[in-house]
Design a protein around this ligand. Structure first.
Ligand code: 5GP
Length: 304
């Protein structure tokens, strides 16, 4: 045994080494499963590329060559040539791509897969995700830059924040008003969010927009997203993910609009919500708002 090995043994106790081995085996299995899904077409390359923005995800640890080899009719010679054309080294994993490399690879994937319509245009699109991931910011960006998209205006029992307008950001109602909407079945879905206020989507405008084939976006919480899935299975559920957990905590604390108790409560909700990503049709990583918004609108239109 070399000295270095002896050092490692002393530094890393047996139990930790076993845990590390188990984690490595699990990561390999997750990567193998990902490759299988890519090869069979269960997962689109564009989706895998989006998922690889999440550090530590199986997609982030996928080597560029393995990614290219998962395409039909790309063998090792062609994969090498494409990789060199894209100026990406064979040691690179998807999670480690530079910004320009990622852009080039994404362009390649789009060209290769064509402007293929995947699921067609959904009647409604739901944007959900953990607290403070930036759903509101992405939705506001869509409102400003993509006028063809309609945003559903929710009813809520929460008090308006400065700058919020009744009928634009929310319909601000009292508890009795909310109860009346529930009693007359006026809400497509509703939930008590952060154990505090009630929020709900007015049914009429959402159903009407879906019927007319308009692009309709619901920015709601996870519980609401599940209800929409149950009542309207053709709706598309999009999960907005943070680039990392640390980033999410920073955003939550940095916002400064909530007190310590409220922040702790929201963090707890966020942990549970993050674990729900698998239930969604699509994941968009909110690393840059304009990019995330553009991807969202692309999905709403029914493009790949
Ligand atoms: P905020 O009070 O910060 O505007 O929103 C708090 C949370 O309520 C956000 O996670 C937002 O997505 C969610 N929310 C807003 N409108 C609705 C709605 O109509 N239904 C549900 N279920 N959640 C909503």
């Amino acid at each position: 045994m070399s000295d270095t090995q002896g050092d490692t043994d002393r530094i890393m106790p047996e139990v930790d080494r076993e845990a590390a081995n188990r984690a490595a085996i699990a990561a390999r299995q997750a990567r193998a499963e990902l490759k299988r899904k890519l090869r069979t077409g269960e997962l689109s390359p564009l989706k895998a590329l989006e998922q690889s923005r999440v550090p530590g995800s199986p997609a982030a640890s996928l080597r560029i060559t393995d990614f290219l080899l998962s395409f039909p009719a790309i063998g090792s010679v062609k994969a090498d040539r494409i990789r060199r054309d894209l100026a990406i080294s064979d040691r690179k994993r998807l999670g480690g791509l530079g910004k320009l490399q990622r852009e080039r690879l994404e362009r390649f994937v789009r060209e290769r897969t064509g402007a293929r319509q995947t699921g067609g245009r959904p009647p409604l699109t739901v944007l959900a995700g953990p607290t403070a991931v930036g759903k509101g910011t992405v939705a506001a960006y869509v409102r400003e830059h993509h006028p063809e998209v309609r945003l559903s205006v929710s009813a809520t029992t929460r008090k308006p924040r400065p700058g919020e307008e009744h009928g634009v950001h929310y319909y601000f109602v009292d508890d009795e008003g909310f109860d009346r909407m529930l009693a007359s079945d006026d809400l497509l879905e509703w939930a008590t969010v952060h154990n505090q206020s009630r929020y709900g989507t007015p049914r009429g405008p959402a159903v009407e927009a879906a019927r007319r084939g308009e692009l309709m976006l619901l920015e709601i919480d996870l519980q609401g997203a599940r209800q929409v899935r149950a009542s309207m299975p053709e709706a598309r559920l999009v999960f907005l993910a943070p680039p990392s957990w640390d980033e999410l905590v920073n955003r939550l604390v940095g916002r400064g609009t909530e007190d310590a108790e409220e922040r702790a409560r929201r963090l707890e909700t966020a942990k549970v919500e993050l674990a729900a990503a698998d239930e969604f049709d699509e994941i968009i990583v909110n690393d840059e708002v304009p990019r995330a918004a553009a991807r969202l609108v692309e999905l709403m239109r029914g493009d790949a």
